[in-house]
Design a protein around this ligand. Structure first.
Ligand SMILES: [Zn+2]
Length: 419
C-alpha cells in the first residue's frame, strides 16, 4: 500500500470510527447506512424485535403486551413491565423505536409482522382502558401504531382470520382488526397475509437501489403449517386437512407461527415465533414442526429462541442443523427458559462449535431453576442488539440497560465472523 493510500485510510479511520463505535457505559450509537441492526427489545411483556435494514427500511416483528392489570402479569410467574409500569409495553416499544430512528425526521415502521395471535406477540385488550383515535383499545401492536405510523402489516390470518377456526369471538383479534380497518382507511395501511416460500414480502423500500450493494434476503419459511421446500417458492402442508380432524385436534396457535430467515451476505438470522418441536405424550407426529423445518435449513449465526425457550422448543434435530453461534432468549415468565432446553443449547454432543447465549430477562424463580447454567449465560437482562457490519461479514452482540431510556451499553461481545 502506498503512503498516500495509507494516510487516506488512517484519516478515514480516525474521522469515521470514533463516531460509530459502541463503548461500555455510553449510549448505543445510531445506525448508519449499510449496517443491519436487530434489536430484541425487553419490556418484560413478550416479544418485540425491531430491525433497521442496511438501506434504512424498518421492520418490527411482534409487539407483545400481556398487560400489567391482567391476571397473567399479576401472577408471580411473570416479569413486571420494563423499564417501569408508568407506561404500557406498546408505548415503551414505540419510544425505543423512535430513539433508534432519531436519524429520521419522522420515524415510520415500513413493515410489521405479527407471528401469531397471542398476547405476548400482539397485545391483549383485556383490562386496558386506553383507546386510540379509531376507538380500538391500545395494547401491543395497536399502541405502537398510535405513536408511529405503520405502512404494512403481515400476519397469518388476513383477510378472513379463519384458520384453523374463526377468530370472530376472540377479543384480541377483534380489537386488532378494528385497528387494521381504521388505519387502512385513515393512514393508508396495507395488510397482507404472510405467504410461505416468498422472498419479496419484506424488502428494501427506503433505498431499493442499494439491494445489490447490501444483499439482504428475507425468506418466508413457514406459516399455518405451510413450509417452504428449500427451492424456488415451492411449499408443502405439514398439517392434516382439517376435515380429517376433530376440532380438539386442530393445530394450536403456536404451531401456526410465522417463521422466517434473514440473510445478509454470509450472515444468517432465524426467527421461529412460538413453534414447537418436543412432542407431548400421545400427540401426533405433525405437532413437531421443528424437525421438518430443520431438514431445509443449514447453519445460522443468530437464532431467536423458539417459544421463549419453553420446554417444548428447540429440539436436537433443529439445533444440529442450525448450529447457532448466538442464541437470544426472549423471556417473560418463570418457565423461560426451561432447564432441559438450556441443556440442549449447550450440548457439545448435538454440535461442537462454540456458542453464546443471551437472555433479555430472567425472573428469580427462573434463575433458581436454571442455577447450574447461570454462569454460562452472557446476559440475564437487557435489550439485546445484534449489530451486523456493512456487507454482513461480521457482527457484534451489544447488551443495553433496560431499566431506563438511556440505552446504555452494558456489554459488548464479538466481533463474531459470519458463517
Ligand atoms: Zn409467545
Amino acid at each position: 500500500m502506498s503512503l498516500i493510500r495509507l494516510s487516506i485510510c488512517l484519516i478515514l479511520f480516525v474521522t469515521w470510527f470514533p463516531a460509530q463505535a459502541q463503548r461500555l457505559g455510553e449510549s448505543l450509537p445510531v445506525w448508519h447506512t449499510g449496517q443491519l441492526d436487530i434489536h430484541h427489545i425487553n419490556t418484560g411483556q413478550g416479544n418485540a424485535t425491531f430491525m433497521v435494514l442496511p438501506d434504512g427500511t424498518t421492520l418490527l416483528v411482534d409487539a407483545g403486551a400481556i398487560n400489567s392489570l391482567d391476571w397473567r402479569t399479576n401472577a408471580p410467574r411473570n416479569i413486571p413491565v420494563k423499564p417501569n409500569n408508568s407506561r404500557q409495553a406498546g408505548e415503551w416499544i414505540a419510544r425505543y423505536v423512535r430513539n433508534a430512528l432519531r436519524f429520521q425526521a419522522s420515524p415510520v415502521l415500513d413493515c410489521a409482522v405479527i407471528t401469531h395471535f397471542h398476547d405476548d406477540h400482539m397485545g391483549t385488550p383485556s383490562n386496558v382502558t386506553k383507546r386510540g383515535r379509531g376507538g380500538y383499545v391500545l395494547t401491543g401492536i395497536t399502541e405502537v401504531g398510535e405513536h408511529i405510523p405503520i405502512r404494512k402489516i403481515l400476519d397469518r390470518g388476513w383477510p378472513d382470520y379463519d384458520y384453523p377456526r374463526s377468530f370472530g369471538g376472540d377479543s384480541m383479534v377483534v380489537n386488532y382488526r378494528r385497528f387494521l380497518a381504521w388505519q387502512t382507511q385513515h393512514n393508508g395501511l396495507v395488510t397482507e397475509r404472510f405467504t410461505a416460500g416468498q422472498m419479496n414480502q419484506i424488502t428494501f423500500v427506503k433505498q431499493p437501489e442499494l439491494r445489490s450493494k447490501y444483499p439482504v434476503e428475507i425468506r418466508n419459511l413457514m406459516v399455518n403449517g405451510a413450509m417452504w421446500m428449500g427451492e424456488g417458492d415451492k411449499t408443502r402442508q405439514l398439517f392434516p386437512d382439517l376435515k380429517t380432524l376433530k376440532a380438539a385436534e386442530y393445530p394450536n396457535e403456536n404451531m401456526c407461527s410465522i417463521v422466517f430467515q434473514l440473510r445478509y451476505g454470509k450472515f444468517t438470522y432465524f426467527s421461529g415465533g412460538d413453534i414447537q418441536g418436543v412432542l407431548q405424550f400421545g400427540a401426533p407426529a405433525w405437532h413437531d414442526v421443528e424437525t421438518p423445518l430443520a431438514s431445509i435449513l443449514g447453519p445460522v449465526d443468530v437464532q431467536l429462541l423458539d417459544h421463549h425457550g419453553y420446554a417444548d422448543s428447540e429440539n436436537g434435530t433443529l439445533l444440529a442443523n442450525l448450529q447457532p453461534r448466538v442464541f437470544i432468549i426472549p423471556a417473560w415468565a418463570s418457565s423461560h427458559p426451561a432447564p432441559e432446553v438450556l441443556n440442549r443449547l449447550f450440548s457439545k454432543e448435538i454440535y461442537s462449535v462454540e456458542r453464546d447465549v443471551f437472555a433479555t430477562n430472567l425472573l428469580p424463580e427462573a434463575k433458581a431453576a436454571i442455577s447450574d447454567f447461570l454462569p454460562r449465560l452472557k446476559s440475564q437482562s437487557g435489550h439485546v442488539v445484534v449489530r451486523v457490519e456493512p456487507g454482513g461479514k461480521s457482527y457484534r452482540v451489544i447488551v443495553l440497560d433496560d431499566t431506563s431510556e438511556t440505552y446504555t451499553v452494558k456489554a459488548i461481545y464479538g466481533p463474531y465472523k459470519s458463517k
